[in-house]
Design a protein around this ligand. Structure first.
Ligand SMILES: Cc1ncc(COP(=O)(O)O)c(C=O)c1O
Length: 391
C-alpha cells in the first residue's frame, strides 16, 4: 500500500469523498444479466435456480446438503426447529446480531450467554466450564464473528466429549477456511447458516442458506421451508399433507440466479477483503488503533473491527462516529451485547458477568471493508480516523 500522510491526502489537500459505508455489495453486469434471464423465463419463484444455487453452495463449502431460504434469520429459525427441543439449554454469544439468539427463543429453547474470547468469538474454554458444570446443556450456537472461523479442534473436542449439538452461524464467514476446513462444511457442527444480505460477502438482496451433512435434518428443513407441506407419489394429483407447522421461507429463482453469479466471484471478493484488512493492519501498527486480531487467512473479513481505549483519547466514541460521518465515512458497531437488550432483560438476562464483552463493547467499532473500497478511499478513512483520535 502507498504510504499515506496523516491529515493530508493525495497532493496534500484534504478531499471529501462520496459517502463510504462500512459495507456494500458489488453487483456486476454479469449478475444483472443472470437476473434478467430469469425474469424472461417461466419461473420467478421456485424454479431450477433454487436447486442450482443449493448445489453450487454444497460444492463451494463441501457440505452434503444445502437448503436456501428467504434470509439468514429464516435459516437460523428453521435450523433451530430441526435441532432443538423446547427448554433445551443452548450456549451462545452476546457478540452477534440479534437473530442468533432469537432463533433459540423461537424454538422455545433457552439461551445461555457466554463471554467472548480476545478475538470476539464465543470463548470455547468457558463453554467447556459450563458443560462440565451442567450436563443438561444440549447445544452450542457459535458465530464465526467478522468472518473469523471458530477454533475447529476445540469444536470437535466439545462435540465429541459432551455430545452436544453445534450450530455454526457463519453469516459472516462464507469463503473462510480454518486449516482447510471451509465455513459451511459442517465438519465439526450439525448445521451452518449463511446470510446473503447486501453487506455480506455475496448477496441475493435478502437471502440465506443452511448447510448440513445430515439427511434427516435436510429433509426436515425442506418441509419446514414450505409450510410443513408434504406431497408423496401415492397421493392424488391435488393432495398434500401438513403434519407440522411450517413457514413460507422460500427464496426466489431471481435471487438464486443472482447468488449463483455472485458465488463465482466470491474467492476474488474474499481476496480483496483480506488485502484491505492487511492494509489496515499495517497502517495501524504502533498506533492507538488495535485490530481485533492480527491478519490471518482463517478470516474472510466480513468486518474489520478495531479496538480503541477511549479513556486515553480526547474524543468519545460517539463523537468519533459523528465526526467521521461528517467526513462521509460510515463507522458501525458490531455488536451491542444481545443479553442486555430490553427483551432479554425481561426474560431475566443482562446481569451475566462478562468482563471481555464489557471491555470489547466499550472499545470496538468497525471500519469500511468491501470489494469496491478503493485504496484512495481506504487511505482517506485511515487518515481521518488517526487524526480525529489524536485530537
Ligand atoms: C451473525 C448473523 N447471523 C444472522 C444474521 C441474520 O441474517 P439476515 O439479515 O439475512 O436475516 C445476521 C445478519 O446480519 C448476522 O450478522
Amino acid at each position: 500500500m502507498v504510504a499515506y500522510k496523516r491529515g493530508t491526502f493525495g497532493d496534500g489537500k484534504r478531499v471529501v469523498m462520496e459517502f463510504i459505508p462500512y459495507g456494500k455489495q458489488h453487483i456486476t453486469q454479469e449478475d444483472i444479466a443472470s437476473v434478467v434471464e430469469v425474469l424472461e423465463s417461466d419461473f420467478l419463484t421456485t424454479g431450477p435456480k433454487v436447486k442450482e444455487f443449493e448445489e453450487a453452495l454444497c460444492e463451494f463449502c463441501g457440505a452434503k446438503y444445502c437448503v436456501v431460504v428467504s434470509n439468514g434469520t429464516a435459516a437460523l429459525h428453521l435450523a433451530s426447529l430441526a435441532l432443538l427441543q423446547p427448554n433445551d439449554k443452548v450456549l451462545t454469544t452476546p457478540n452477534s446480531f440479534l437473530a442468533t439468539s432469537n432463533a433459540i427463543v423461537y424454538a422455545k429453547a433457552k439461551p445461555i450467554f457466554v463471554d467472548i474470547a480476545q478475538d470476539g468469538n464465543i470463548d470455547l474454554d468457558l463453554c467447556e466450564e459450563y458443560l462440565q458444570k451442567d450436563s443438561s446443556i444440549k447445544a452450542l450456537y457459535g458465530v464465526a464473528f467478522s468472518g473469523n472461523m471458530l477454533n475447529q479442534e476445540k469444536l470437535a473436542y466439545l462435540k465429541q466429549k459432551y455430545n452436544i449439538t453445534i450450530l455454526e452461524d457463519t453469516a459472516h464467514a462464507i469463503g473462510a477456511e480454518y486449516n482447510g476446513i471451509k465455513a459451511g462444511s459442517c465438519v465439526n457442527s450439525d448445521v451452518s447458516i449463511f446470510s446473503f444480505h447486501p453487506v455480506k460477502h455475496l448477496t441475493t438482496a435478502e437471502g440465506g442458506a443452511i448447510t448440513t451433512n445430515s439427511q434427516e435434518v435436510y429433509e426436515k428443513l425442506l418441509v419446514l421451508r414450505n409450510h410443513g407441506m408434504v406431497k408423496t407419489a401415492d397421493m392424488k394429483p391435488w393432495e398434500y399433507e401438513m403434519k407440522e407447522l411450517g413457514f413460507n421461507y422460500r427464496i426466489t429463482d431471481l435471487q438464486c440466479a443472482l447468488g449463483i453469479s455472485q458465488l463465482k466471484k466470491l474467492p476474488s471478493f474474499v481476496k480483496k477483503r483480506q488485502e484491505i484488512a492487511q492494509n489496515y493492519d499495517a497502517s495501524f501498527k504502533n498506533s492507538i488503533v488495535k485490530p481485533l486480531y492480527s491478519f490471518h487467512n482463517n478470516s474472510s473479513y466480513h468486518l474489520y473491527v478495531v479496538l480503541v481505549d477511549f479513556l486515553s483519547t480526547s474524543i468519545t466514541k460517539e463523537e468519533l462516529f459523528i465526526q467521521m460521518k461528517e467526513k462521509n465515512i460510515g463507522l458501525q458497531l458490531h455488536y451491542m451485547p444481545i443479553n442486555k437488550q430490553p427483551f432479554y432483560k425481561n426474560l431475566g438476562y443482562g446481569n451475566e458477568v462478562m468482563p471481555n464483552m464489557d471491555r470489547y463493547y466499550k472499545e470496538c467499532f468497525s471500519l469500511p471493508i468491501y470489494p469496491l473500497l478503493t485504496q484512495k478511499e481506504q487511505e482517506y478513512v485511515i487518515a481521518n480516523l488517526l487524526e480525529l483520535l489524536d485530537g
